[in-house]
Design a protein around this ligand. Structure first.
Ligand code: URA
Length: 270
């Protein structure tokens, strides 16, 4: 890549990090800046003729990781058999189940795949996903070290926001994912994921920035296997952040992520 292009991309990256409140992240001297390491959108033909694996490759030598991968594969197989999305309109070519480490301490939950995710088969790979990657990097982690899933596993038409009824139909599979990964902290991204996990109709503005728990303490029906609740930090969805690019919203998301980092003993990337 031309040095001027690399410099422009590096500036774009720094601006993206600054956007979520991270002023500076040290790059290793060996870090190569490539087109794909920036916030630029995926090329239109990124996956036109290839199907990537639905999970980033990672070492499988750890027996506990292998056990969880097998358990997650069984949940996916059950989802494929049940097809809960047969009960609502979709515009999908593939099921987008998850990405990341089944032994992760931190889990992110979004709402539903978009066009890029539907093409590639992995959650959060479009523009919002690239911002999520920056948020994860700002926390001193990588995508391979966290676990990422969505409420809906298939793309809604025109990227419509999932309804509470659609979310309920898909909830058992998401709860199984949470049960298997058993993260120390869950970050819900946006309203649908937050409302589903917290069994509430309250808005994200009221819920974000304060620790909640899954299942919520006043839950009428407690999903099995969650006797010890998992701390949940709701925050804005990265797609919302991209639309409402205000310093105030960026600061709020970064404040939410800092609470998560403090809880997990993580240091921000420097
Ligand atoms: N938005 C989501 O909520 N999930 C994705 O996977 C992509 C965009």
């Amino acid at each position: 890549m031309e040095p001027s292009r690399a410099r422009a991309l590096a500036i774009q990256d720094a601006e993206a990090l600054a956007m979520i409140g991270v002023d500076f992240v040290r790059l290793s001297p060996k870090t190569r800046i490539t087109e794909s390491s920036t916030l630029s959108p995926l090329p239109a033909d990124a996956a036109s003729d290839v199907r990537l694996p639905s999970v980033s490759p990672r070492p499988t030598s750890n027996p506990e990781r292998a056990r969880r991968e097998q358990a997650l594969a069984e949940v996916l197989a059950r989802y494929e058999r049940d097809c809960p999305h047969q009960h609502f309109p979709t515009d999908h070519h593939c099921i987008v189940f998850h990405d990341g480490d089944p032994c992760a301490r931190l889990m992110f939950i979004g709402e539903a795949p978009g066009a890029d995710e539907d093409r590639i088969g992995r959650p959060f790979v479009g523009k919002a996903g690239q911002l999520l990657d920056k948020m994860i990097a700002g926390m001193g982690l990588t995508r391979q070290e966290v676990y990422i899933a969505n409420v809906l596993k298939v793309r809604p038409p025109n990227n419509a926001t999932p309804t509470p009824e659609q979310a309920e139909l898909c909830a058992p599979y998401l709860y199984d994912q949470i049960r298997i990964v058993r993260p120390e902290v869950i970050v819900t991204l946006g309203r649908p994921a937050t409302q589903l996990l917290l069994a509430t109709r309250q808005g994200i503005n009221e819920l974000r920035g304060r620790w909640q728990s899954f299942p919520p303490p006043d839950a009428l029906a407690r999903p099995e296997g969650f006797e010890t609740p998992i701390p949940v930090m709701p925050t804005f969805h990265p797609a919302f952040l991209l639309r409402q690019y205000t310093p105030e919203n960026k600061r709020k998301v970064w404040e939410d992520l800092k609470l998560v980092m403090a809880r997990l003993g993580l240091k921000p990337a420097r």
